[in-house]
Design a binder for this molecule. Structure first.
Ligand code: ACO
Length: 440
């Protein structure tokens, strides 16, 4: 190995010892640092990487991102081409199986999904039990987790046939549960799936059907929803995918694992950002208030929601496609007045040194909320609309994890910063060392 150019040589200046570490795929293995120690009984050297800024936690063939160039591929296909040429279920097949389906494979796949769209009536009762103003994302997380109670066999996560069945179920039932959380927030009766309809049209049926005997989806809106689903289907090792892998690594069943990933998605720094963008645009109120708002952000009063990304340091390619899709939607629904504010905000921010220096560009969430609102959704439902397609990505990541021989239960290390060992003092001899914060 000494002569191999694909190595690093590390000299430990504490001891003068030298170590040669292989470089594979541009990485060194953190475990190769462990033998670097001063004394034989030392623990050895670790890496410290809060928030995984520079640590690859897995090998993955699902999604590729080049954040500097603004590139996103699923299984080697560019997101632009997939959004242009494929249906959401074709892309779901691609993410789960690795290849685009033939016509026969597609029909078989669609039929499996269609036959699992219904949920047990007790899931309906469970959802009906939530308060009238329950957040739809909290309902979605809870109901996805509750599916676990109906499928005890799903705990056999090492059984590939069982996994496949649960993948069908989760992709099929996510829109049903999502739509019911929406109907609940409006106080409307839940609508059962119509299996004659395509995936997005059926979702629209469960959202919006009133008393008509057969729901007919507007084809432009159904296609726009399909494109939004494709754009949101996977995004490699983001916070929720990492949660899926972390929770799944202890071999929990895929229903509670997906619920955990959905919980991670719900935060405002991740999938909850689309809801936060709408609230921000409403708060700005008019185009004229944009400069003052941007100034306040630069003074440290909050963040520009829908801006910035851990990986993209160039324009998020999904935001570009969403902007195009917005035009098509607005031809049907009429323009969302918030669009004017958003475009002005983007224009001013992209010319401002603060944002240029930090490479902050609009991300996928900046425009998606404006489309969703034009379609008639309230902001609290936006993240649920993200969670439906992302369920596919989570499952693709979960399946890959379970098939990867190198993976084990996820268990990071820490640098302990607490006290060294001390003795317990009897209660009547203790002083109040720490003031406990008051609850609101
Ligand atoms: N508005 C203003 N300033 C920002 C923003 C923003 N949206 N995002 C980052 N910054 C600033 C930070 O304050 C920091 O400035 P500093 O160097 O002066 O301290 C610098 O840019 C770097 O930011 P980090 O926080 O280090 O970037 P990180 O990669 O950790 O965060 C994140 C990425 C969480 C997406 C962040 O940009 C953010 O909070 N954006 C707003 C929320 C959002 O839109 N999230 C959706 C992401 S897409 C998705 O999850 C689907």
């Amino acid at each position: 190995m000494e002569n191999d150019k694909n190595t690093f040589t590390i000299t430990d200046n504490r001891t003068g010892a030298s170590y040669t570490l292989p470089i594979v795929d541009g990485c060194i293995r953190a475990m190769d640092l462990r033998p670097i120690k001063v004394n034989p009984d030392d623990f050895g050297t670790m890496t410290y990487d809060p928030a995984f800024m520079n640590t690859a936690s897995c090998r993955s063939a699902v999604t590729f991102i080049d954040g500097d160039k603004g590139v996103l591929w699923y299984r080697g296909y560019s997101i632009d081409q997939l959004a242009e040429s494929c249906t959401f279920l074709e892309v779901a097949y691609l993410l789960i199986n690795g290849e685009l389906p033939t016509k026969d494979q597609y029909e078989e796949w669609r039929s499996h999904i269609v036959h699992h769209t219904l949920v047990h009536e007790n899931i309906k009762s469970l959802m009906e039990g939530f308060r009238y103003d329950a957040h739809p994302m909290s309902m979605f997380v809870s109901a996805m987790a509750a599916l676990s109670t109906f499928y005890p066999d799903s705990r056999k996560v090492r059984d590939a046939r069982q996994r496949r069945l649960d993948i069908y179920r989760l992709i099929a039932k996510a829109p049903t549960i999502a739509a019911w959380s929406y109907r609940h927030s409006l106080g409307l009766p839940y609508v059962y799936p119509d299996n004659d309809l395509r995936y997005t049209a059926n979702f629209m049926n469960m959202l919006w059907r009133k008393v008509e005997p057969k729901y007919v989806a507007n084809p432009v809106l159904a296609r726009a929803l399909g494109i939004l689903f494709i754009l949101h289907a996977d995004h490699e090792q983001n916070c929720s995918a990492n949660t899926m892998r972390c929770v799944g690594s202890s071999e929990t069943d895929p229903y509670v694992t997906t619920a955990a990933a959905a919980a991670a998605l719900s935060g405002p720094l991740h999938g909850g950002a689309n809801e936060a963008v709408l609230r921000m645009l409403n708060e700005i109120g008019s185009k004229d208030n944009v400069p003052a708002y941007v100034k306040s952000i630069k003074e440290g009063k909050g963040k520009l929601m829908g801006f910035g990304h851990r990986v993209y340091k160039n324009y998020d390619p999904r935001a570009r496609i969403i902007k195009r899709t917005a035009e098509e939607v607005f031809d049907v629904t009429g323009k969302n007045p918030l669009l004017e504010i958003a475009i002005e905000l983007e224009r001013i921010a992209l010319e401002d040194d603060y944002f240029i220096k930090r490479k902050l560009y609009p991300n996928v969430d900046f425009y998606s909320g404006i489309i969703y609102q034009a379609m008639g959704f309230s902001p609290s439902f936006f993240t649920v609309l993200f969670a439906i397609p992302r369920t596919v990505g989570w499952l693709a990541q979960w399946q890959e994890l379970l098939e990867d021989k190198e993976q084990k239960i996820a268990r990071p290390r820490q640098i302990y910063t607490g006290y060294s060992r001390r003795e317990v003092v009897p209660m009547d001899q203790r002083g109040a060392e720490v003031a406990i914060p008051a609850a609101r």
